[in-house]
Write a protein that binds this ligand. Structure first.
Ligand code: GDP
Ligand code: MG
Length: 320
């Protein structure tokens, strides 16, 4: 029999951990920014508009020899109205929390309290919705770079601490992520069960390339259009072809909108808007895939796609 070496002893004392960490919060709290900052890769699209993220997106963060955290970026939790899509988005977020080992509830430091210093009503609703799921919750107060003074944090910590017990309350800035975010990652890692890798370590998202491509085009639509248009558009990649010899990618994307008038807006005068969307998306896609991209875009009207489960399924918004 051989004696265990020193190396073996170290590996026994720090077990490998793995599990799921759901990121939840109201639209625009900074969930996608945080997940991209932790990974140092673009996994989720980000725009200043609320409800940018529509699906659950898994982002895989492997810490060599120590663990693997699968962050689940979720659509924002909001009081959904009539659209089936919105209902699905909220359900997806809640299901992600229920399935996770730990949830990080992200709040926006500037929107966290009412004028009277009470917990914002939407945040109360979110706390209630996720509080009953039994998943341990870490409260992350985000966007602290926007606070004029650090002591502005105290009333937030106080008001939220009165609502329920959190595993921790951690102030962070997802935009200027540094030690604060690193500490949060360490904190959640410690709370994951011992276990093996869940995904190959070189992978950083479970999303297929087609989905990533569709999201990057949708990101440009959200950035370059106004009012209801960003929410009326869904992108489907009809063709995704790798041309190995040329080292390039060829894609055909269809932008679905709900009405004829919206089609006109997305196409723009003499096709100018669609051209701008296509050009910017292509630049992003080339950066992401590291290849030359040929992108064709079309706009099609699919009446009320966001209201019908059948259309939603086809466009990648399935029930959780
Ligand atoms: P999500 O809807 O929760 O996924 O939020 P996003 O990640 O899409 O971010 C919404 C907006 O908030 C974007 O304009 C981000 O740039 C901005 N944002 C996110 N985190 C921070 C932060 O720490 N500080 C500041 N100043 N802005 C942030
Ligand atoms: Mg998001």
């Amino acid at each position: 029999m051989t004696q265990p070496s020193d190396d073996d002893v170290t590996s026994v004392s720090t077990p490998f951990r793995s599990g799921f960490v759901a990121l939840v919060g109201r639209p625009n709290a900074g969930k996608s920014t945080l997940v991209n900052a932790i990974l140092g890769e673009r996994v989720s699209i980000i725009t200043p508009k609320p409800q940018t993220t529509r699906n659950r997106i898994r982002a895989i963060h492997t810490l060599e020899g120590r663990g693997q955290i699968v962050f689940v970026d979720t659509p924002g939790i909001h009081l959904w109205q009539k659209k089936k899509l919105n209902q699905l988005m909220v359900e997806a977020a809640l299901a992600a929390v229920a399935d996770a080992d730990v949830a990080i509830l992200l709040i926006d430091a500037l929107d966290a309290l009412t004028g009277k210093g009470e917990v914002d009503p939407l945040e109360l609703y979110i706390l209630e919705a996720i509080g009953s799921l039994g998943t341990p919750i870490v409260l992350a107060i985000n966007k602290i770079d926007l606070l004029e003074r650090v002591d502005r944090l105290l009333p937030i910590i106080d008001a939220y601490g009165k609502q329920r017990e959190f595993e921790a309350i951690l102030p962070i800035s997802a935009l200027n992520a540094g030690e604060d975010v690193e500490k949060m990652v360490e904190f959640v890692l410690e709370r994951l069960p011992e276990g093996a890798m869940l995904y190959p370590p070189e992978l950083y998202t479970d999303q297929a390339e087609r989905f990533m491509a569709a999201e990057m085009i949708r990101e440009q639509i959200m950035l370059l259009t106004e009012k209801e248009i960003p929410y009326a558009a869904a992108v489907e990649i009809e063709e995704f072809k790798e041309e190995r010899e040329a080292g390039s990618l060829r894609m055909r994307a269809v932008i679905h909108v709900e009405r004829e008038s919206q089609k006109g807006i997305i196409i723009g005068k003499k096709g100018a808007k669609l051209k701008e969307i296509g050009t910017r998306a292509r630049e992003e896609l080339e950066r992401f895939f590291g290849k030359k991209v040929f992108l064709e875009t079309f706009v099609r009207v699919e009446k009320e796609w966001s209201h019908h489960q059948r259309s939603l399924n086809r466009l990648g918004y399935k029930e959780p």
